[in-house]
Design a binder for this molecule. Structure first.
Ligand SMILES: *Cc1c(COP(=O)(O)O)cnc(C)c1O
Length: 374
């Protein structure tokens, strides 16, 4: 097949995905329109129940976004001014932003060379008497080293919040991410592995007191309408998005299966040529992103682009070097692994709709580049 049969291969192809689920989605939207109930209704409750079941947690609470899910989680643990929360500098900005939103201080700990996830030993070095919690990110869909992380958390009496925004359905020691620590946070941003058609998020927990607290916090600190026991947020997952997500949840395992299969083929073809993602058992990586590393990352990305193939860098600047976090006083060199990865990493298209032909073309283009630039 030649390049001309597709003008361009995007990172994700939401339109192509919609084409196979269009009719149940339209039906779900019509149901909501006709119900006259648009916020905190039946669809939201159904989604919370189905998500809790999927994740394997006792409770789930819808929120307006993944970022809000993180902020609600921190608030529910009474984390605020004077408290420190340890997290990874190699993640999407929102992970650390939420810590600042509740008035606490983000403290970074470097990542593991192999998995890109927070290193349990670095966590231990970052603990102080002010540390209250960890936010562990399962980056790209790969579960973090939860066994050791939970041991460190137990040792110092820290809460563990899992940022599972990229990792819905990922499994680790027969549990799913979001149900391993004290609280799990999910994002349904359109391009996530389970995406809404707008912003939406979710919190999961096995703890009844946290569940009840977040139910109130997301709705202006109110249990009974117009009676407010505390300052909360307006952060609800609306009925339209809930209805859409219920349809898409039904397809999630098939889509994750496709992602893992595409990843397997990339690794089979490329692992002898450059660094590919860690090989894991079963569903310990659900491949929200498939990232490779190269000394010539920028040249490789350009070569892909010239051949009509999109790629992306998640993330080009580690959080400790972001201008917004200047006030924390970190310097270049503080987290060498994260800094090196930010210079070397590039993500390849891994939409569940990516065809064999498209993938073969991507692999061929990468091999061609490496032959000329080896
Ligand atoms: C997407 C994402 C978020 C934020 O989710 P939103 O729904 O966009 O607010 C937080 N953390 C990580 C790791 C993410 O990938």
């Amino acid at each position: 097949m030649t390049q001309n049969e597709w003008s361009h291969i995007p990172m994700v192809d939401l339109k192509k995905e919609l084409s196979i689920i269009r009719s149940p989605i339209l039906e779900a939207i019509t149901d909501v329109l006709d119900s006259g109930d648009y916020i905190l209704g039946e669809k939201g409750k159904q989604l919370e129940k189905a998500s809790a079941q999927y994740v394997g947690s006792t409770y789930a609470i819808g929120a307006a976004s993944g970022t809000d899910a993180l902020a609600l989680s921190l608030k529910s643990l009474d984390i605020g001014p004077g408290d420190e929360v340890i997290t990874t500098p190699f993640t999407f900005f929102a992970t650390a932003e939420a810590i600042v939103q509740v008035g606490a201080k983000p403290v970074f700990a470097d990542i593991e060379e192999e998995t890109y996830n927070i290193d349990p030993d670095s966590i231990e070095k970052a603990v102080t008497t002010d540390t209250k919690a960890l936010i562990v990110v399962h980056l790209y869909g790969k579960a973090a080293n939860m066994q050791e992380i939970m041991q460190v958390a137990d040792k110092y009496g820290l809460w563990v919040i899992e940022d599972a925004c990229q990792a819905i359905g990922t499994e680790y020691n027969s549990k799913r991410t979001g149900a391993i620590g004290d609280i799990g946070c999910f994002s349904f941003f359109p391009s996530k592995n389970l995406g809404a058609f707008g912003d939406a998020g979710l919190v999961s927990t096995n703890r009844r007191n946290i569940y009840e607290k977040i139910l109130q916090l997301r709705n202006h600190g109110s249990k009974e309408k117009y009676y407010h026991s505390e300052i909360g947020m307006n952060s609800r997952l609306d009925e339209m998005q809930a209805a859409i997500l219920l349809v898409k949840l039904y397809y999630l395992d098939i889509f994750l299966h496709n992602r893992m299969e595409i990843a397997r083929r990339y690794t089979e073809s490329l692992s002898h040529l450059l660094k590919t993602p860690p090989i894991v058992k079963h569903r310990e990586h659900t491949f929200h992103q498939y990232c490779i590393e190269s000394d010539k990352r920028d040249e490789l990305a350009l070569a892909l682009k010239q051949n009509g193939i999109d790629s992306a860098i998640y993330y080009p600047v580690p959080l400790h070097l972001q201008p917004a976090f200047d006030y924390l006083g970190y310097n270049k060199g503080d987290f060498p692994v994260a800094e090196r990865k930010a210079e070397r990493i590039v993500a390849l298209p891994i939409s569940p709709m990516l065809s064999f032909q498209e993938q073969n073309y991507i692999i061929k283009t990468i091999k061609g580049f490496l032959e000329n630039n080896g």
